[in-house]
Structure formats: structure tokens, C-alpha cells
Design a protein around this ligand. Structure first.
Ligand code: BG6
Length: 866
């Protein structure tokens, strides 16, 4: 960029000193400024405009006073000298600010095209008049011609501030375009060449280099190579600064974040790095600390566990992850949004307020303290979901086979607790998701309702009644309000916000927010709405590090989130249809530290003919398996459904007969069912339920291998079943385990005959082995497949080999039989058994056909679809 340099001004001054009279000076000025108007064309009009009036004034003054100056040449000389000294002083002060190069890496990418070029243009508009000179180097791997074309289009689409006249806007854009270039930046030599070009330019223009900003708008895998090249061949010379701007993701867990930090730390100083979380540039988010600061007096007594009922930090989106699944598969909603944007907001709300909120060290220190107080997250702290079309999108975009199931959550609701004196016991709810019903972001601080109002509701006055909700909302944007705002219930206090930048929101009749009309709030919105990236780019330029993520902050966040991510690694998210059709499916509720979905899952998902099912594909599957009803779902949903069905059967039986006889299998599949029954079914009539075993291993009842032991650990110890209603199999009576002479099988059969009407259990829960066995009835073994015996001793092909089992006849006498089949391992046998007839000797499970009762198959997708 050209500016009038000091040497040029000196020349101007020298010439004016040599000129005989002001007249000559007056004719010199236009020719000088003609040269400067050439400068203007190359894009640096602002200094020229500053100097032009001064030089012109000097000449004009000379003209007016010519007779006087002609008589007193000394006075003319003194005047020109004084003006020149003043101009030089002013120019030097501006020149000291020097030349800034902005290198945008990934300049043709999405983020750059949408936000970063506009942010750089804004920077130019704001700063170029203040003495810095700029050039903008857009770079990418794209070849030069194509890159230039893309950049030209982007530059053409830039917009000026709202109050700029069209002609002026075109002029400003033209200047910016002339200062911007595209170049391919790939090899270390390219970086060296760029550095040399910058140096040559600076020298040619007689400038000082102030610094270089490298904005990394590239995927993180490219960071290390770029950082190495910058460090080795593109740092500015001594006296000039370097700033590198990094975009998330910064790792996908604590270990990878640490690794990246160490790697980048070997090329750059921490103070040179600006890690962007663009939510910190959102006007409302950036206002949280100043709001707390400016309203200290009102908030001091309120901002704590005694008054805050709960805090909600929410970012809902309607878009889905289509086109980004390779990124999303790695990060999911937690890595994409919660670990960064929502956590940063959480910190701004929860941290102790430093005395000086403009000190980035103090802010960081207090944030770290708040991080340390976070209670560790556990599996039960989260509910996760996945919109239904996601799996198909992943398969298509990542070329995965049809059998591929992604476990990546696209929705998460998290319950956070902060164990310090201020926040102990206050739930902080963090929630974000794709394909939801609306786009909106907000932080809502809901205060406790601690009042009883003696007056009737119709007489409540919003500003006075303490019975109306009291809340403070930092409305980040979108939603009903359509833009950013800070809202404070009128019955709390009138907040103070900087009046130069925040104005009262005008009433919008009929608009209700969080259950109350807008008129119930003091509501403020920014005088001038600004994009987060423009704000952050300006902060980078002004070295405002408090708007960026320090390394310690980043690592503290990952320490917090990584254990939850690990515990969710194998968790199947709840499927949701997407958009308005989600209904209440994703609502969740919490108690203590535990959060769970409020509603049972949708019954069934029937995949459509193509691999990207639509929301309408959610329906009850009318499918059959071996001519009996089949329920198929993801494991969590399947178990929930089965537990619900068992409870319903129990309630029915108790209502009709006063008791419910339930025979349960052992092994690993029912464990989740037992847990579900224990934790989630408070209406279960346990006091009237008899629990029987379908089969047992011949080990002592306290042995971990014992089926009874599994039942005890996962169910019995959590529910109140009368002892006399619990019926373990008597595998250990007098002699050895399962000794024939002890007659344990006969004793159990007698117990059944005595207590269970017609020996007909109300419900028998079975499993299916990979060899087709069920209960402890094994293939190629005739025992228990027919005949009169209710209970038999059998031999298993695997250890422990001796077993006791209900016989097939007593199983088939049950009113209901449920067969639970889970896991990919069962896929083959499930397929095989679906095709065979009744051949219990080969596949005992195929002999399960209740005489008059009902059989239902419960299979998860892995077992059913593979
Ligand atoms: C980004 C996430 O950080 O934030 C995106 O990667 C998300 O998945 C976006 O859509 C939301 O930002 P904004 O500014 O549109 O609310």
C-alpha cells in the first residue's frame, strides 16, 4: 500500500522552503497531490486526505497573504517550517503504527467465504484511517487461477456498514480489493516467497512492518505443517509481532488436545496464539461479564445457590450435519458445541467475578478456579440422541456399508453441578442438538420462587409481584426474538447496560418469551448488531486476549468432558425423527445427579427402502418372527419397552389374581433389564410378585456365576419383594451341587405346582444362545424337551456344565413368553431360527410355542438386522 511517506513530506517541505513565494507553492501542491491521487488509486487515500487540506491550507494561506510574505521572506519560511514540523510529527506518529499483513489460510473455504473476508473488510474500514497500512493475502491449496476467481467473487459480495452510501461503499470495496490478493501456499518455499514479498513491499513503500496475522481457517490436521513453515520461514523481522489465529476443534479429547497444544507450542509462544471460540465474539455472550460487573450491587445477593433455581445454557439448531459427517463423526455434538461454546458460557456465568474484568489474567484465573469446582460427569449426567437421517447421511458421505451404525450423538442434554459454596446444588443444564424444532441460543438464569402472594393473580403487577417468574436471560440470537438481547424480569431489578451500545427493545405485541410477555422484562438489544467474527478479528488486531481461549482453559475443559465422552463411547443414542416431529421425545428431567428422558422412546423404527429414512418412518413395526410378534429397536429402547411390557403384565395379573409369577433367565442380556426394572419402575407391584428362575448353573448361590447372584445384584437388592416370594433354584441342598439324589429339580417342580396355578407362569423371560439353546436346554440333548417333568437337570457344552432348568413343557404352559435377543453375535442364529420349523432337538428355542399363551420376540437391531 502506498502512503505519503516521511521522505515525501520532507521533500515537500524542502521544496516549499526553496520556493520563492507562496504562489509557487500553490502551484506546486496540485502536482504533488496528483502524484498522491495516484496513491489513492492503489488504495491508500486516507493519509492523503489528511495531508491534502493541510498542504492546501498552507498554500492558500500563502496566497492570501502573498504581499506580506513577498515583503517578508523570513516569515514565509518560518510558516512553512512550522507547518511542516507539525505535519511530520503527525505523520511520524501514524507511520510508527506500521504495516500489517493478514494472511488468511483456507481463504477459499466455507468459513472464510461466509465470515472471515467480511470481518477483514470491517477491520480495514475501522483501522485503515488510524495510521496502519494493510495488505490481505488470501491463501489456500487451490490453484492460482481458480483461487483468484473465488476470492474475486467473495470480495464482490462484501457489504458495507448500513449507513454507507452506495457510491462510497463501491469505493471502499475497490480499495479493499486492491489490497487483497490470492496466492497458493503449499510448500515451505511458498511461505518463504510470501515473506520476501511482504518485506519487499514494505521496503518499496518506505514502511515499517508492524506485524503479521496468520488466520488458520483450515482443518486441524494441517496445523502442524503450516505452523512449522510459518515458524521457519515466515516470521516477521525483529520489532514486529506475529499472531496466529486458530479455529476449533482443538483436539477431540484431553489427550489429543494436549498433543496439539504441545506441537503448536514448539512453534509459537502462547501469547502469539489466538484460539477462537466464536461464541465469545457474540455480543450477548461478550456482555455477560460486563453485565455482572455493572450490576454488582443488584446481583451480589442473588447470584448464588440460595436464589438461583437453575441455569439453562442452550443452543438449538434446525440444520443437520449433512455435508459435515466426516467432521461430525469425530466430534459429535459434545465436541462440536458443548465442550467449547456452551462450556465457555457456563464459565462466564459461574466464575467468581474478578475485581477488574478487563484483566485477561484475572479472568483466566477465575475461570480455572470454576473449572476445578465442576463435579465430574458420569454416564448418568447425560442423555444423548441422534436424528434419524444421520446414519444414512454417514453411510452415503463416508461410503460405509449398510450395516454401519453410528453411535455419534447429534443431541445432548447434560446436567452439570458445581461443588462450591456459591453454586452447590444448583443444576446447570447444557443442551444442544441438530435437527431440532427451532434455532435459538440463550442462557437463562431462573430464580427461586420463594414468595407466596396473598393477592389473587389478576391483581399481580409485573414490576412488583414476586410470584411471577424472576429470570435473567442472555438471548444469544435467533428464536422468537430474532436477534440478541438481554432480558431481566421487571420484578427483579432495572439493569444497567452501556447506553452507547445497548438500547431498549421496542415492544412486539403478542410476543411471549419463557412464559411471559415481553413487556414483563427490561429488554435491551445492541444498538448496532455485529457479527461475532468481525468482533473477534478486531480483538485480534487490538490484542484483546480475553476474548480467546487460553491453553490452560482449553485443557481444563477437556479434563471435564473426556470422561463423559469415554463413558458414552458405546452408548446407543435415542433416535429422533428431526424437526417439529420430535414432539416430547427429547424432553428430559433430572433428579440428584441423574438425568433421563421423560418419555419412553418411540416404539419402532422401520427403515424405509432407501437408507435414509424419513421422520415418517417412525411407527410401530407390525413385523413377525416365527409367526409371533416381533419388537425390534436399539438396545436402550428395546429394554425400556420390555420392562414396560413386564410391568404392564404384572399390574394386570395382580389386578386379576392378586399375584404375579415371573420366571427370569440369567446371563448378560437381562442385566440391563433388571437395572431398568429396579431404577425406573416405581409402580411395579413388587409386593405381590413371585420371582422364579428359568435356569441355574450348578454353583453356590453366592458365586458370581450364579444366575440368582445376578438377579440379586441387579434387581433384588433395589426392590422390595417379600423374601417368601423369592424362589431360587435349589442347586445346593445336602450333597454335591445338583446331586440327583438331593432331588432339587423335583423340589422346585413341587414348589411351582404348589404356588403357581396350573404351573402356568404369568411371564417367562427367555434368551437364545448362539447355538439355539434356551433356558438350560441344549441342542442334541433330549432332556426337558417333552414329558411331564417341570424341572430338569441338564448338561451344557460350556462350563459350568451342570445346569438346572425349567422344561420346555412348563415354559410353553406360560401365559406369556418373552424372548430377549441382543447383540450382533446373535445375528446368524436369529437368521437361521427364522427359517426353521419346530426342531427342538437341534434348536431348543424352536420348541418354544406357548400352548395357549402369547410369545413375543424382543430383538435389538444388531441381532435382527445385523
Ligand atoms: C460451530 C459448529 O462452531 O457453531 C456448528 O461447528 C454450529 O456445528 C455453529 O452450527 C453454530 O454457530 P452459530 O454462530 O451459527 O450459532
Amino acid at each position: 500500500m502506498n502512503i505519503i511517506s516521511g521522505s515525501e513530506l520532507l521533500l515537500l517541505c524542502a521544496v516549499s522552503q526553496c520556493l520563492e513565494s507562496p504562489l509557487e507553492m500553490y502551484s506546486f501542491v496540485p502536482s504533488f497531490t496528483r502524484r498522491c491521487s495516484y496513491t489513492e488509486q492503489t488504495g491508500t487515500p486516507l493519509l492523503v486526505r489528511t495531508l491534502w487540506p493541510a498542504t492546501s491550507a498552507l498554500a492558500a494561506l500563502g496566497m492570501l497573504a502573498e504581499p506580506h510574505f513577498t515583503r517578508h521572506a523570513g516569515a514565509w519560511n518560518m510558516l512553512t517550517a512550522a507547518v511542516c514540523v507539525a505535519l511530520l510529527g503527525c505523520l511520524q506518529a501514524q507511520e510508527l503504527q506500521g504495516h500489517v499483513s493478514v494472511i488468511l489460510l483456507g481463504a477459499t473455504g466455507d468459513l472464510a467465504r461466509k465470515y472471515l473476508w467480511q470481518g477483514l473488510f470491517q477491520l480495514y474500514l475501522e483501522e485503515a484511517g488510524k495510521g496502519h497500512s494493510f495488505r490481505f493475502h488470501g491463501t489456500a491449496l487451490t490453484n492460482t487461477k481458480q483461487g483468484q476467481e473465488i476470492i474475486a467473487k467473495v470480495l464482490e459480495s462484501l457489504s458495507c456498514p448500513r449507513d454507507t452510501a452506495p457510491g462510497r461503499c463501491a469505493e471502499l470495496k475497490a480499495q479493499f480489493q486492491q489490497l487483497s490478493e490470492y496466492r497458493r501456499l503449499k510448500t515451505p518455499e511458498d511461505y518463504l516467497a510470501l515473506s520476501k514479498d511482504i518485506e519487499a513491499w514494505v521496503q518499496h513503500e518506505g514502511l515499517q512492518e508492524a506485524g503479521r496475522i496468520f488466520y488458520f481457517s483450515v482443518p486441524p490436521f494441517a496445523y502442524a505443517d503450516i505452523a512449522r513453515s510459518i515458524n521457519s520461514s515466515c516470521r516477521p523481522g525483529p520489532g514486529a509481532w506475529l499472531r496466529v489465529v486458530l479455529e476449533k476443534p482443538f483436539g477431540h479429547d484431553h489427550r489429543s488436545a494436549q498433543q496439539l497444544a504441545t506441537e503448536l507450542g514448539s512453534f509459537f509462544q502462547e501469547e502469539e496464539m489466538y484460539r477462537v471460540d466464536h461464541y465469545l465474539g457474540k455480543q450477548v455472550v461478550a456482555q455477560i461479564l460486563p453485565f455482572r460487573d455493572q450490576n454488582r450491587k443488584a446481583l451480589d445477593g442473588l447470584w448464588n445457590r440460595h436464589h438461583v433455581e437453575r441455569v439453562e445454557i442452550i443452543m438449538k439448531e434446525t440444520v443437520d450435519a449433512e455435508g459435515r459427517t466426516s467432521f461430525y463423526e469425530e466430534y459429535g455434538v459434545i465436541g462440536d458445541v458443548l465442550q467449547n461454546h456452551l462450556t465457555e458460557i457456563l464459565m462466564l456465568v459461574a466464575m467468581e467475578l474478578p475485581l477488574d474484568i478487563s484483566s485477561s489474567e484475572a479472568v483466566l484465573g477465575h475461570k480455572l478456579q470454576a473449572f476445578r469446582a465442576l463435579r465430574g460427569l458420569q454416564r448418568g449426567s447425560a442423555v444423548v440422541g441422534q436424528y434419524q437421517a444421520y446414519r444414512g447421511q454417514v453411510r452415503r458421505e463416508l461410503q460405509k456399508p449398510d450395516s454401519f451404525h453410528s453411535l455419534t450423538p447429534t443431541f445432548a442434554g447434560i446436567l452439570v453441578h458445581i461443588d462450591n459454596l456459591r453454586w452447590e446444588g444448583v443444576p446447570f443444564i447444557l443442551m444442544s442438538g441438530k435437527a431440532l424444532d427451532e434455532r435459538v441460543g440463550y442462557v437463562r438464569i431462573l430464580f427461586k420462587d420463594q414468595a407466596y402472594c396473598a393477592q389473587s393473580e389478576k391483581r399481580w403487577v409485573p414490576a412488583q409481584s414476586h410470584c411471577l417468574p424472576q429470570q435473567i436471560i442472555f438471548y444469544i440470537g435467533h428464536g422468537e426474538l430474532g436477534g440478541p438481547a438481554v432480558l431481566v424480569s421487571r420484578n427483579l431489578f432495572r439493569p444497567s447496560l452501556p447506553s452507547a451500545s445497548w438500547k431498549e427493545v421496542e415492544g412486539q405485541p403478542g410476543l411471549r418469551l419463557f412464559g411471559r410477555p415481553l413487556s414483563d422484562y427490561y429488554a435491551y438489544s445492541p444498538v448496532r448488531e455485529q457479527d461475532a467474527y468481525s468482533i473477534l478479528i478486531s480483538h485480534i488486531f487490538h490484542r484483546r486476549k480475553d476474548s480467546f481461549i487460553a491453553m490452560e482453559n482449553l485443557l481444563a475443559s477437556w479434563v471435564f468432558w473426556t470422561p463423559l465422552l469415554d463413558s458414552l463411547a458405546h452408548e446407543v443414542p435415542r433416535l429422533y425423527p428431526g424437526g417439529a416431529e420430535n414432539g416430547h421425545l427429547l424432553d428430559f428431567e433430572f433428579s440428584g445427579s441423574h438425568v433421563s428422558f421423560s418419555q419412553p422412546p418411540l416404539e419402532q423404527l422401520v427403515p424405509g427402502p432407501d437408507s435414509a429414512p424419513m421422520p415418517s418412518d417412525f411407527q410401530v413395526l407390525g413385523a413377525k418372527y416365527r409367526d409371533s410378534p416381533l419388537i425390534s429397536a436399539w438396545p436402550e429402547e428395546l429394554i425400556a419397552r420390555l420392562a414396560g411390557d413386564i410391568e404392564a403384565a404384572a399390574v394386570r395379573a395382580v389386578r386379576r389374581f392378586g399375584e404375579f409369577h415371573l420366571a427370569l433367565s440369567g446371563g448378560s442380556s437381562p442385566v440391563a433389564l433388571f437395572q431398568q426394572l429396579a431404577m425406573g419402575h416405581y409402580g411395579f407391584p413388587w409386593a405381590h410378585t413371585h420371582l422364579w428362575l428359568v435356569d441355574e448353573r450348578c454353583v453356590p448361590l453366592w458365586d458370581p456365576e450364579s444366575n440368582f447372584q445376578g438377579l440379586q445384584a441387579h434387581l433384588l437388592q433395589h426392590v422390595r419383594v417379600p423374601y417368601y416370594n423369592i424362589h431360587p433354584m435349589p442347586v445346593h441342598r445336602r450333597q454335591r451341587l445338583c446331586a440327583e439324589e438331593d432331588q432339587g429339580a423335583q423340589a422346585y417342580a413341587e414348589e411351582i405346582s404348589t404356588l403357581v396355578t396350573n404351573s402356568s407362569f404369568d411371564l417367562v423371560l427367555l434368551g437364545m444362545g448362539t447355538d439355539g439353546h434356551t433356558a438350560s436346554l441344549f441342542p442334541q440333548s433330549p432332556v426337558g424337551l417333552d414329558g411331564e417333568q417341570l424341572v430338569v437337570l441338564t448338561t451344557s457344552p460350556s462350563s459350568p456344565r451342570r445346569r438346572m432348568s425349567l422344561s420346555l413343557p412348563v415354559i410353553n404352559r406360560a401365559r406369556q413368553v418373552a424372548v430377549l435377543v441382543m447383540g450382533r453375535m446373535k445375528r446368524e442364529i436369529a437368521l437361521l431360527v427364522s427359517r426353521v420349523g419346530r426342531e427342538p432337538r437341534k434348536w431348543p428355542i424352536s420348541g418354544v410355542r406357548p400352548d395357549s399363551g402369547q410369545l413375543v420376540w424382543y430383538m435389538d437391531y444388531d441381532a435382527f438386522l445385523g
